[in-house]
Ligand binder design. Structure first.
Ligand code: FAD
Length: 402
């Protein structure tokens, strides 16, 4: 049995960052993935992810996105990949506020408050200012806007690929198309058993995204619910360049009070023929990654167009150039879990998803590496402790939001 200081299970946004940071720190590390990342079956595909510095999901996340931006710039230099595009970002919301997102009851107000508290450069715009500044959005008088010039997007698959390449350059071993069956405590560490072998390690990092529930004990697995999401690249009359990255920010548009009353989108990064990527959020029926329907039906494209796009993005048509489904792994309070397993010290459970994890993933990977090498991390991981969800006051079976 081969021995490592650390084994990272799952090499999506989280695992690729962790394996890279561990290798860079000189740790003898093995990364294993059941598929060949970057792939289209987990949570880290679809070209782009929004990043923003004022994190309406909570103050605790701000240091992670700030550090991630620094790390992506370093990774860009080391890998030659273009990853972080700070084209600006706008949150559009009903003036009265009170629209929920990712567990925040009033995401717009929380975003503005957090920008103020953390000194994030921003402007609050009324409907007229929004319409003047961003004519590609069909805003009504009932909307207000938050604009952040340093927000933008990260190239998702490119970031995973760059970190995996750099990990190998720093001495990591990667095993693709190998499935981890279980991780068992052994002495001071763990044994990772796969469909092809067994590996001993001091620490195993479980970064299995939507497959996490099947890798950990059912009690903990029950804290993570997986939901299918759909994104479409809508065709449109884009020849005027109003959706080009130099004129169009990333956007989050809240049009009602509920968690699902939202869409978000990106500039047309592939030119007028590539369409405009628009995503929605669904928390209806839980799914599993092995049984979920992957293809997107024409009726889903049509529904999204009529519910989210029509009237709001007048240049777009009810036809998708491309559509993909993707998976959110959601905790009861929409927060991350990055913590040691309560019973097995050699296992770190890493689920920074709940639909908003990519922007923080580079720094989460660094924090995991620090946890492995020093037992603690520079950035505060305590808000992501499992105990908040498993204690009597937590979300597990005790009235958490979801
Ligand atoms: C549609 C969509 C839009 C999003 N938009 C944003 C956004 O705009 N901004 C933002 O910040 N975040 C966003 N997110 C969230 C973000 O993308 C996720 O937080 C992040 O990608 C999670 O990555 P992960 O590495 O935890 O999971 P994954 O990418 O799913 O990686 C898990 C990996 O584990 C592997 N694996 C699973 N089981 C095993 C096993 N038994 N053995 C070996 N390997 C295994 C899988 O093959 C996979 O490669 C979005 C997510 C989705 C789905």
């Amino acid at each position: 049995m081969q021995g490592y200081e650390a084994v990272v299970v799952g090499l999506g946004a989280t695992g690729s960052a962790a394996v890279y940071q561990l290798a860079q720190a000189g740790v003898r590390v093995l990364g294993i993935d059941r598929l060949a990342p970057p792939h289209t079956y987990g949570s880290s595909h679809g070209d782009t992810r929004i990043t923003r510095l004022a994190i309406g999901e909570g103050d605790v996340y701000v240091p992670f996105v700030r550090r991630s931006h620094e790390l992506w710039r370093e990774i860009e230099v080391d890998s030659g990949a273009g990853l972080l595009h700070q084209v600006g970002g706008v949150v559009i919301s009903p003036v009265a506020g009170g629209a929920a997102m990712h567990g925040s009851d009033d995401f717009f107000s929380a975003t503005v408050d957090i920008a103020r508290r953390h000194g994030v450069d921003h402007e609050v715009l009324d409907a007229g200012q929004l319409a003047d500044r961003f004519p590609q959005f069909g805003v009504g008088a009932e909307h207000a806007g938050y604009f952040e010039p340093d927000a933008g997007f990260v190239m998702a698959e490119a970031a995973v690929r760059a970190q995996l390449d750099l990990a190998v350059r720093h001495g990591a071993q990667l095993r693709r198309d190998e499935r981890v069956l279980d991780v068992l405590p052994s002495g001071d560490g763990v044994v990772v058993r796969t469909d092809r072998g067994r590996y001993g390690a001091g620490t195993a990092v479980l970064a299995a995204g939507p497959w996490l529930p099947e890798l950990i004990d059912p009690d903990l697995g029950g804290l993570f619910t997986v939901y299918r999401q759909v994104v479409n690249w809508f065709a449109g009359d884009l020849a005027d360049g109003s959706f080009e990255p130099d004129r169009c920010p990333v956007f989050i548009w809240q049009f009602g009070p509920g968690e699902e009353d939202v869409c978000y989108g990106f500039p047309a990064i592939d030119g007028p023929g590539g369409g405009v990527k628009v995503g929605t959020e669904h928390y209806g029926s839980p799914v599993t990654p092995d049984t979920v329907r992957r293809e997107v039906l024409p009726s889903e494209v049509e529904q999204t167009y009529h519910r989210c796009v029509a009237g709001r993005l007048p240049a777009l048509r009810a036809a998708a150039v491309r559509s993909v489904s993707c998976l959110y792994t959601v905790t009861p309070d929409f927060g991350f879990v990055v913590d040691r397993h309560p019973l097995h010290h050699g296992v770190i459970v890493a689920s920074p998803c709940s639909g908003h994890g990519f922007k923080h993933s580079a720094a989460v990977g660094e924090s995991i590496a620090q946890l492995v090498t020093t037992g603690t991390s520079t950035l505060d991981l305590s808000p992501f402790a499992l105990g908040r969800l498993t204690s009597p006051a937590g979300g597990s079976g005790s009235g958490g939001r979801r």
